[in-house]
Design a protein around this ligand. Structure first.
Ligand code: G6P
Length: 617
């Protein structure tokens, strides 16, 4: 979850590190720090760290030496061990100041390591688990081992998953990095006469698109001349750099006040790019170019389990219905963190479909490891080229949403639905469940989708008006049936993530089994009721809520005047075919959450306690 960056080159390191931390701030933002080697007078280690957002670090750096240093590391933190404070912010040093470390992950055996190190005379400056790594490395560098070897031997003592970056005044000009397990990626960037390491591409892309990814138990040593790689057993590793195609410009906020709004508005284009990459309209065909070994095995699939976390789990829930109804194969969903620990029964013919926009979420990666150990077929839906999930799965369906920066996922949700829709169609084609004409019909529906979403986004006045009316509500209920049920779940998640209003997403039929007890004038309900989503059943749910004094906002298909007259407030969406409804119905809920959070003065792109990519359990 934390953001990590290192720079070794010829340019001043501090501004590069600070800019990278800004690009990584979405990963964690409770404190930040940098360490540079070689101050203005050419010597020494300068560490500057501050609790709070990067801006606090920047103010501190104004008066800090080290401005001419050309090697350094930086970190933005999402606290696990030790509260957010200046002292607990990374980087951390060993007591002799010989090693400086930044880290993403949890040292699960840190209590035992800390007492053993204390008994051996080390003194700790912070409450963090990370500091143990610096002390353990220092014991090795003191005995004369090079920094990379010190790191390699140290990771053998750590329990848990980690991404670690370190440097030392004893090897000026060099940065070492290691990846262990799934706590987060380590990307090495190859610039002109300079090298970078980072937790993810966002920090590298402003400088170079030539990158290499470390696999688990691989280590790297970089200096301005290049990189050398070893495996955890000390043998040399072959890690080939390649060019990644993401345009760094898309990472900028542009005309928008927040990344979330920008990404909501980008959906027509992101959907269109994703659709074009997976289907052809004339002649109608589904082409999933990255399915790899799974391309020829789709007709073997007898059962599908879809897994994910957060918004991606909601996408998986929609995907489940797509797969059952378009391929006739039984499908179920599971939260990845539950799946991994429940010793799932995966018989022959089971396909596990994981959904993860980042491809780095630790619960998803661990669940995929369980599926792999049980020899299940695997396909992953991912928005990040070359991410870890794509290396584990037998095949990938990429979404083409571009970099998503807002912590609350928007365009990655709707584009994941495209990928799942295309996968379901391809499965139905492969096992003969869907006739060619039906596939062509669905492709036509998909082709019209970006336009329908663009229409929902044309006028924000209704969302602003509703936000003004409801911004001080303390609770919200979101109801949906059928394909609109996961949409209701996603609507509730968006609202709680960014506005801190308590919200529940429920299957509408469940409402009378509990939630209705809460309903009164101060407990509004959003009913997601497009034409095909068992709308008539929802009508009676709405009446039941209103009978108890609850205010109801409906999301209804254009022309549904009956529903609009019944509800207190209506948001209209274009009338679209059934399978396209979840895409289009989601967008007004994203907008509603955004404007409510804005009206409440919340930090939309960096909501408290959350992180974009969750690489700890
Ligand atoms: C975090 C983010 C969510 C995201 C979830 C899964 O909780 O805040 O927006 O849906 O992780 O992320 P993934 O990258 O696996 O889709």
């Amino acid at each position: 979850m934390c953001g990590i960056v290192g720079y070794a080159g010829a340019r001043p390191a501090t501004p590069i590190l600070v800019r990278a931390l800004r690009d990584l701030e979405y990963r964690g933002y409770d404190s930040a720090g940098i360490a540079v080697l070689g101050s203005a007078d050419g010597e020494g280690l300068v560490i500057t760290k501050r609790v709070g957002k990067i801006v606090n670090l920047e103010s501190a750096l104004d008066s800090s030496p080290g401005n001419e240093a050309t090697v350094g590391i930086g970190h933005t933190r999402w606290a696990t061990h030790g509260r957010p404070s200046d002292l607990n912010a990374h980087p951390h040093t060993s007591c002799g100041g010989e090693v400086v470390v930044i880290h993403n992950g949890i040292v699960e055996n840190y209590a035992a390591l800390r007492s053993a190190l204390t008994a051996r005379g080390h003194t700790f400056a912070s409450e963090t688990d990370t500091e143990t790594i610096a002390h353990l490395m220092e014991e090795r560098t003191r005995s004369g081992l090079p920094l990379l070897e010190a790191l390699r031997l140290t990771i053998g003592e750590l329990e848990g998953s980690h991404a670690i970056v370190a440097m030392s005044p004893s090897e000026p000009g060099a940065i070492v990095a290691a990846r262990v397990g799934n706590a987060g990626g380590v990307v090495v960037g190859y610039g002109e006469g300079e090298m970078l390491v980072a937790s993810d591409l966002a920090a590298i892309l402003p400088h170079t698109q030539q990158v290499a990814f470390l696999a688990s138990h691989q280590l790297a040593r970089v200096d301005r001349g290049g990189a050398a790689y070893i495996n955890g057993d000390g043998s040399p590793a072959t890690v080939e750099p390649h060019r990644v195609p993401i345009d760094p410009v898309s990472a900028l906020k542009g005309q928008y006040e927040h990344f979330m709004l920008k990404e909501i508005m980008e959906q027509p284009e992101a959907l269109s790019d994703t659709i074009r990459s997976l289907v052809t309209i004339e002649p109608a065909g589904i082409h999933l170019p990255d399915l790899g070994a799974m391309s020829d095995r789709l007709s073997e699939v007898r059962r599908v389990i879809l897994i994910g976390m957060g918004t991606s789990l909601h996408a998986a829930m929609v995907g489940r219905a797509f797969i059952e109804r378009l391929s006739g194969v039984p499908a179920e969903t599971d939260n990845a963190s539950e799946f991994r620990y429940r010793d799932p029964v995966l018989g022959p013919g089971t396909l596990v479909v994981s959904v993860s926009q980042s491809g780095e979420t630790v619960d998803v990666l661990e669940a995929m490891a369980v599926a792999r150990a049980k020899q299940a077929m695997q396909i992953t839906i991912c928005n990040t080229e070359g991410a870890q999930t794509t290396r584990v799965a037998g095949g990938t369906v990429y979404t083409r949403a571009g970099l998503e920066r807002g912590v609350a996922s928007t365009k990655c949700f709707t584009t994941a639905l495209v990928a799942l829709y295309a996968l379901a169609l391809r499965m139905g084609e492969a096992n003969g469940y869907l006739a060619r004409e039906r596939i062509a019909g669905h492709i036509q529906d998909l082709a019209r989708l970006p336009d329908a979403v663009a229409r929902v986004l044309q006028d924000h006045t209704p969302y602003r008006a509703l936000a003004n009316h409801f911004y001080d509500a303390r609770h919200f209920l979101f109801l949906g049936r059928g394909l609109a049920f996961p949409v209701a779940m996603e609507g509730a998640l968006k609202l709680k993530e960014i506005s801190y209003i308590h919200a529940e997403g429920y299957a509408a039929g469940e409402m009378k089994h509990g939630p209705i007890a809460l309903v009164d004038r101060s407990f509004p309900t959003v009913a997601v009721a497009p034409a095909h989503a068992l709308r008539s059943k929802l009508v009676s749910n709405i009446e039941q809520i209103q009978a108890r004094g609850g205010e109801v906002i409906v999301v209804a298909s254009e022309g549904d005047d009956e529903l609009a007259a019944l509800a207190d407030h209506a948001i209209f969406m274009p009338a679209v075919p059934e399978f396209v409804e979840p895409f289009v119905a989601t967008v007004p809920l994203q907008c509603l959450s955004y404007y409510i959070a804005l009206r409440r003065g919340c930090d939309v792109d960096q909501p408290r306690n959350l992180a974009k990519t969750v690489t700890v359990e």
